[in-house]
Design a protein around this ligand. Structure first.
Ligand code: LLP
Length: 425
């Protein structure tokens, strides 16, 4: 459920008309809803209240500083995947002891920064990484608190580009070598082994793959404990999906997901971490855009909008569907026609929707790309010289521009001409 709805014929974020935000901030812009973020975080917190669990929001989904501040203020920890994310999380006020650091390619510098900051846990994904972390920790005279990510070889039945728990994926330690790696980790002076981590993919709409993966984790914990390995933590990753499309079957609620966790690994006496990203931020955000032109092509009609693939990459990258809602509510019974909604970027993959059945659109109309709160702004770039899109947080009847649109001067200021070219004109 989210808090974007029509009030008096105008699409609002909570109590704020999107027209008012567009008028002040310009388009395109991302708009996030505090009430929706809060509701989703609380749904996880309540579902896991009876388990010893920390909800470490996966900030890769949406690393906006206000979103982080809001969620950590509600009690969330943060799952980070780079030194950059860790620095930004700390700057947003996330307590280090609620940060878990995941990712397949942590550098030694990133490891040292994480150990110096005192993060709760580092999830190790390979033997070379384990050795590197051991060396870094010993150099600093500390022991790194570690969970070892295993690859359970479970099919999450989601898009191939966001599947992570199959044997052919780059993530985690191969299931069959897990015992050997854990046993060796126990002998390393710089490593304090705490637990097992898994993450099988994203936008998962069924509980069965989670159940299969968690059962495998349970079996592994029994074997590891029999080997004398201390396992007092489990990190179960993220992955619960959100509805993007009316035909998607409704994803299970956090309570059903928590019930699977409880019945598979709930009695192992481990402190649990879960890392939801999309399920918290996904439908808490929209991308507001204005129609620039309506163009009758040779065979189809195009609505050319001022947002583009660099602002919301998901359709170009994964053929993802985002609902498109006109900001002025279409009158009941209005005829819908198939239309292509495209951005101004100079390539054909800059297409948000093909043959989308929409009410008539005209130049200057505002539209909202729905469910754009996760993997939207964070994945954006400046292709075609397009400034990064501003991000606005709404709370009730107020809103605030958390990240403003950079000026061209700011964009250019990161570049410096070589001296031999400065006088060339
Ligand atoms: N934990 C780990 C280790 C992850 O790799 C991910 C996501 C998460 C947690 C959070 O997963 P979530 O709860 O959000 O599903 N850009 C893609 C999604 C990539 C997900 C990568 N890993 C998209 O737009 O669909």
């Amino acid at each position: 459920m989210h808090h974007f709805s029509y009030i008096d014929g105008r699409l609002h974020a909570e109590a704020v008309p999107l027209e008012a935000i567009a008028a002040q901030v310009g388009t395109p812009c991302y708009v996030y809803s505090t009430a929706t973020l809060t509701r989703h975080y609380r749904a996880f917190a309540d579902a896991f209240a009876d388990l010893d669990a920390t909800i470490c929001y996966a900030m890769k989904a949406n690393g906006n500083r206000a979103v982080l501040r809001l969620l950590t203020g509600l009690g969330a920890g943060v799952d980070v995947v780079s030194g950059g994310e860790m620095g930004l999380a700390l700057a947003a006020g996330a307590p280090a002891d609620r940060i878990v650091f995941s990712g397949v390619g942590k550098t030694k510098d990133e490891m040292a920064a994480a150990l110096n900051a005192g993060v709760h846990q580092i999830n190790v994904e390979s033997e070379p990484e384990l050795d590197a972390l051991d060396a870094v920790a010993r150099e600093l005279g500390v022991r790194a608190p570690v969970a070892i990510r295993v690859n359970p070889d479970v099919d999450a039945a989601t898009h191939a580009k966001i599947t992570t728990g199959k044997a052919e994926n780059k993530f985690g330690i191969e299931w069959t070598s897990a015992r050997t790696v854990f046993r060796r980790a126990m002998t390393l002076e710089g490593i304090a082994v705490h637990g097992v981590a898994v993450h099988i993919g994203s936008q998962i709409l069924d509980l069965a793959p989670f159940e299969a993966a968690f059962r495998k984790v349970r079996d592994l914990v029994a074997l590891l404990r029999a080997d004398g390995v201390t396992i007092d933590r489990l990190d179960l990753g993220g992955g619960l999906g959100v509805p993007y499309h009316a035909d998607d079957h409704t994803p299970p609620p956090p309570s059903a997901y928590a019930a699977v966790v409880a019945r598979t690994v709930g009695d192992l006496g481990c402190a649990l971490t879960i890392e939801p990203g999309r399920a918290i931020a996904g439908n808490a955000g929209v991308l507001v855009s204005r129609v620039t032109y309506l163009k009758e092509g040779m065979t189809r009609t195009f609505a050319i909008v001022d947002a583009a693939m660099n602002d919301l990459m998901r359709p170009a990258l994964y053929d993802a569907w985002h609902d498109i809602w006109p900001v002025v509510e279409p009158s009941a019974g209005v005829e819908r026609h198939p239309i292509d909604v495209v951005g101004p970027v100079c390539e054909s993959s800059d297409t948000f929707a093909r043959d989308r059945s929409l009410p008539p659109l005209a130049a200057d109309d505002l539209v909202a790309f729905m469910t754009a709160g996760a993997y939207g702004a964070v994945m954006s770039g400046q292709y075609n010289g397009r400034p990064l899109v501003p991000e606005v947080l709404v709370d009730g009847d107020r809103f605030h521009v958390v990240r403003r649109r950079p000026t061209l001067t700011e964009m250019a200021s990161l570049e410096d001409l070589p001296p031999w070219l400065t006088d060339a004109r």
